[in-house]
Design a protein around this ligand. Structure first.
Ligand SMILES: [Zn+2]
Length: 69
């Protein structure tokens, strides 16, 4: 399994419009429903921490499916 190192985060810009104009991938938005700190993707407004948790959960589901073959 290939594990990629996390890329260094660019400077966080608070306003989504400004972040978008600057080409930043993330911005500092409102804290999410799950209580994360509010770092969100500029493109989708999705919480970065929630997105990561969802990715990991999906990977676990796929592993379980492969294992259940
Ligand atoms: Zn979240």
């Amino acid at each position: 399994m290939l594990i990629r190192a996390a890329k260094p985060r660019p400077v966080i810009i608070a306003a989504r419009k400004a972040a978008r104009a600057a080409g930043a991938m993330t911005y500092a938005g409102n804290p999410c429903h799950a209580g994360h700190d509010g770092t969100r993707y500029t493109a989708t407004r999705q919480c970065v921490a929630c997105a990561k948790a969802a990715r990991l959960a999906q990977t676990e589901r796929e592993k379980a499916e492969r294992g259940a073959k």
